[in-house]
Design a protein around this ligand. Structure first.
Ligand code: HEC
Ligand code: HEC
Length: 377
């Protein structure tokens, strides 16, 4: 079924789903594969954010930030504006790349201004309006406040302060009419957040093959293999107990934090790195590189304690928020550190029973799925 969700967009080269390490990357989304009507896009975006699509709940817009076309237009301009970073080179859209599913499937972990490394994978912001809390560790509750982090984090857009960004925007003449239209007021911290929130809430995408099959009653929308995969996903493999499927919609996440064993395994590997590493030097070109050479040129890998970094509760160590599984084929690579390149590797991880450490969630256990069952899932 994952495969069905992934291919539901029909945008993706099947090679992206091949299980091989270093398999060809999917072709970026282009005008041919994803025709868009650019006339009246704000109207269409507002409609998307107000009208539930098959398989999705209504967007839970904050009461004090109802969407309008003017806010969405302003939010989109902000999202794509490189002037919002310290050296005017980097926009939100350079890590959440629209052509790459609003994620970045070319990088395991994000890279900010001046090539500074970020320890986590940039998630897709498609359907992000349904999520709370935000980030892999859930450290921010809402889109209206979340944006401050990337703007001022040293290894992302690196602005010296958030007041600096507000001051810049107040002085940029092209923004004045847009803030006026959206808020009849000049740029402010809250208004930037509201506009970015309204724009990101319009990035909804439902009505997948799975939705048409499961919620729409269209028997032909999913083939027999995907239907068998669904049975395993919700049954023997028990994926749906965390990647939830509700009676009238599915976000494929319980929006809660779990220890799958993956974070602990990453930490063990960070402390005891393998002698050599596979490195993709160009699409499809992968070399086995001695780790000492990698270490010589890269920033040291940081530890990542997941939810613990927010709560400081020992029990939250290595817990991460369950990601939604929609549009998976355009949101590779996977997991909070993007170290799993293909869905095949993710399934292998689950089938082995995760990392097998004693504190991991009891549902992550050896699943005994045979290759045909894995293919169906
Ligand atoms: C340098 C790359 C980079 C830039 C630039 C960037 N982001 Fe992100 N974004 C990330 C990464 C990495 C994460 C995950 C971080 C984490 O979980 O700690 C993330 C997470 C998010 C999330 C949370 C998604 C979720 O599933 O919880 C949202 C929303 C978001 N970014 C929006 C933005 C906006 C808006 C901007 C511009 C103001 C922006 N990002 C700029 C890399 C980036
Ligand atoms: C105990 C809850 C739980 C169960 C059960 C579970 N998952 Fe997950 N899943 C998670 C969490 C938490 C993550 C994020 C882990 C991380 O980033 O370190 C995740 C990540 C993933 C990802 C990566 C998504 C991305 O965008 O990075 C996929 C794919 C996935 N799970 C599929 C499955 C499948 C298939 C099953 C059943 C075999 C399953 N999960 C069972 C909680 C669970």
């Amino acid at each position: 079924m994952i495969r069905a969700l992934a291919t539901a967009l029909a945008l993706i080269a099947p090679a992206a789903l091949a299980g091989d390490y270093g398999a060809a990357l999917p072709a970026p989304i282009s005008a041919e594969t994803c025709p868009t009507d650019t006339t009246d896009w704000t109207k269409a975006a507002l409609e998307r954010s107000l009208t539930p699509q098959l398989g999705l709940p209504p967007v839970p817009h904050p009461v004090d930030n109802p969407p309008t076309e003017a806010k969405i237009a302003l939010g989109r301009k902000l999202f794509f504006d490189r002037r919002l970073s310290i050296n005017r080179t980097m926009s939100c859209a350079m890590c959440h790349v629209p052509e790459l599913g609003f994620a970045n499937w070319e990088l395991a972990t994000a890279i900010g201004v001046e090539g500074r490394s970020v320890k986590r994978n940039a998630p897709s912001v498609i359907n992000v309006g349904f999520l709370s809390p935000l980030f892999h560790d859930g450290r921010d509750p809402a889109l209206e406040t979340q944006f401050v982090a990337p703007l001022v984090t040293r290894n992302e857009m690196a602005n010296p302060s958030i007041g600096h960004v507000v001051a810049e925007l107040t002085h940029l003449p092209d923004y004045r009419p847009l803030f006026d239209a959206a808020f009849t007021a000049p740029a402010s911290l809250d208004r930037i957040g509201q506009a970015l929130g309204a724009y990101q809430c319009s990035l909804t995408l439902g009505n997948s093959a799975f939705d048409r099959w499961f919620y729409g009653g269209d028997e032909a929308a999913m083939d027999a293999a995907a239907q068998r995969g669904f049975e395993l996903f919700t049954g023997k493999a028990d994926c749906a107990s965390c990647h939830l499927i509700d009676a009238d919609h599915a976000l494929f996440t319980d929006q809660a934090f779990h220890d799958t064993g993956y974070g602990r395994r990453r930490e063990e590997r960070r402390q005891n790195p393998p002698a050599s590493h596979l490195v993709q030097v160009a699409p499809g070109v992968v070399h086995q590189v001695d780790f000492s050479r990698i270490r010589a040129v890269s920033a040291p890998r940081e530890a990542d304690l997941g939810r613990y970094e927010v709560t400081e509760e020992p029990a939250d160590r290595w817990k991460f928020r369950t990601p939604g599984l929609r549009n998976l084929a355009v949101t590779a690579p996977y997991m909070h550190d993007g170290a799993l390149t293909t869905l095949g590797e993710v399934l292998e991880f689950y089938n082995m029973g995760g990392a097998g450490h004693p504190d991991q969630d009891a549902r992550i256990r050896p699943l005994g799925l045979n290759p045909a069952e894995l293919a169906d899932i």
